[in-house]
Design a protein around this ligand. Structure first.
Ligand code: SF4
Length: 444
């Protein structure tokens, strides 16, 4: 890893241009290949070794409205019958997996409803769906059931139903508290709906409430960002997640940029977005919170865990159900078909609805866990020695020396600890840990 490579990676003050920035997995998605369903079948044909946790993710791809910055696979035009049909097919998919040697008899340790907008579902749909899921793969040992919600879809009755199905972690997609910003960024909810939903949720008593914010929405200002931070602290959520706005190619914002021939997105530059996250983290720390990852601060780190993230980043099996969902099972990455029509047709035919997959090597799995765990800001070297037989300080000595020389990392006993500055630009730093064939390649 050359010094110039780090110089290039760490160049600051850069404008926000189109493209993916966030590192969510490894090897890069652009290396996953079509027609690999056989590899997935092979992975599912062997029982899991003892001690590998299992998680289930269900993608609910429906939203009231498409946010201008959204890059997920979502639909705003599906009627009740189509939604019902989709949920049934998701369960048919789960039944198929639940019968394989790899999954049969295992109980998920964590369950995650993501989207899209899981809270778009009606109370009756939620109850029927989760009853079916539990019959196929009992949740009685799940330590966490996480659920993403859009404030404008939440009535008290729906929140109660969400709690009743067993949700322990409610994540509210607030993103911003300002009415005008919410509107010009295409969000469906309004400021007063946030307050109402939060009050209901607290009253109902969810064990954990998370608030999501985005630093750098269109027209964000210093004054408004400070207001966002103050409002968040006033709420005292159990955890706060802050993303830095990125503009992938499949967003409405990018379509607009292209139509106008613009290369720079109409949002703050990276330096400003990082400063905003830093200011938020510092204010949260002053209010008693602890920063536990590049995107998260929690009020009580002893009590507030995020198993979906932590177990996945330690190599747990994750079964992703629904259109475009991502799975990681027995060291094989796979993603479901990315369109509603192709996904539903495949499940109806009785096929595994797999769009692309990658069989990872042991070295790739080790790097995957290392880069994902670096996002927590601290990595235990003994973990990698015990699990992979790798001495991180030797295997990555050049990368670690460069980061140390720049004052971005220190070795504290067993731990490699990143500074706040490094944490705020972790997604660019992580590319330095990729294998040579994955560097300078398209990520998605
Ligand atoms: S609510 Fe979330 S998933 Fe739905 S359109 Fe907005 S950003 Fe996308």
């Amino acid at each position: 890893m050359k010094t110039e490579t780090f110089d290039r990676l760490l160049a600051d003050g850069d404008e926000t241009t189109a493209g993916n920035y966030f590192v969510a997995n490894y090897p890069p998605f652009s290396f996953w290949q079509k027609d690999k369903a056989d590899e997935v079948q092979r992975a599912l044909a062997q029982p899991a070794p003892a001690g590998v946790p299992l998680g289930v993710y269900f993608h609910i791809p429906f939203c009231r409205k498409r946010c201008h910055f959204c890059y997920f696979r979502v639909y705003t035009d599906k009627n009740a019958d189509e939604i019902k049909g989709y949920l049934e097919l998701g369960m048919r998919e789960l039944a198929r997996y639940a019968a394989t040697p790899r999954i049969a008899g295992r109980k998920p340790k964590f369950v995650y409803f993501g989207g899209g907008t899981p809270s778009y579902l009606s109370v009756a749909q939620l109850a029927a769906l989760t009853e079916r899921m539990k019959a196929l793969l009992p949740w009685d040992e799940a330590e966490e059931v996480a659920f993403e919600a859009e404030p404008g879809t939440l009535t008290e009755a729906k929140l109660q139903a969400i709690r009743d199905i067993g949700v322990t972690r409610l994540s509210l997609g607030v993103e911003n508290f300002d009415k005008h910003l919410l509107e010009i960024n295409g969000r469906a909810h309004r400021e007063d709906e946030i307050y109402r939903a939060y009050d209901f949720a607290r009253k109902i008593g969810f064990p954990q409430i998370n608030i999501d914010l985005i630093a750098g929405m269109i027209e964000e200002t210093d004054a408004n960002w400070q207001r966002n931070i103050a409002k968040t602290i006033e709420f005292q959520p159990d955890s706060v997640t802050i993303y830095q706005m990125e503009i992938p190619y499949n967003t409405t914002i990018y379509q607009q940029m292209r139509a106008e021939g613009k290369l720079v997105a109409p949002v703050a530059d990276w330096q400003t977005k990082r400063r905003w996250v830093d200011e938020a983290f510092s204010a949260l720390e002053r209010a008693g919170y602890t920063v536990t990852s590049a995107t998260t601060a929690v009020r009580d780190p002893q009590k507030t865990k995020f198993l979906y993230r932590d177990l996945l980043w330690q190599g747990a099996d994750l079964l992703g159900l629904g259109v475009a969902s991502f799975s990681h099972v027995a060291g094989v990455h796979f993603q479901n078909l990315p369109d509603f029509e192709t996904y539903t047709a495949a499940v109806r035919r009785g096929d595994l609805p797999i769009g692309r997959a990658l069989v990872t090597t042991e070295e790739e799995r080790m790097i995957r866990e290392l880069i994902l765990q670096l996002k927590l800001g601290r990595v235990s070297q003994s973990y990698f020695r015990e699990k992979f037989g790798v001495v991180v300080a030797e295997r990555f000595n050049q990368q670690l020396a460069e980061l140390t020389r720049r004052g971005l990392l220190s070795e504290q006993g067993d731990w490699l600890v990143l500074t706040r500055e490094a944490l705020l630009k972790i997604d660019v730093i992580l590319h330095a840990f990729f294998l040579p064939q994955h560097q300078n390649a398209r990520y998605t």
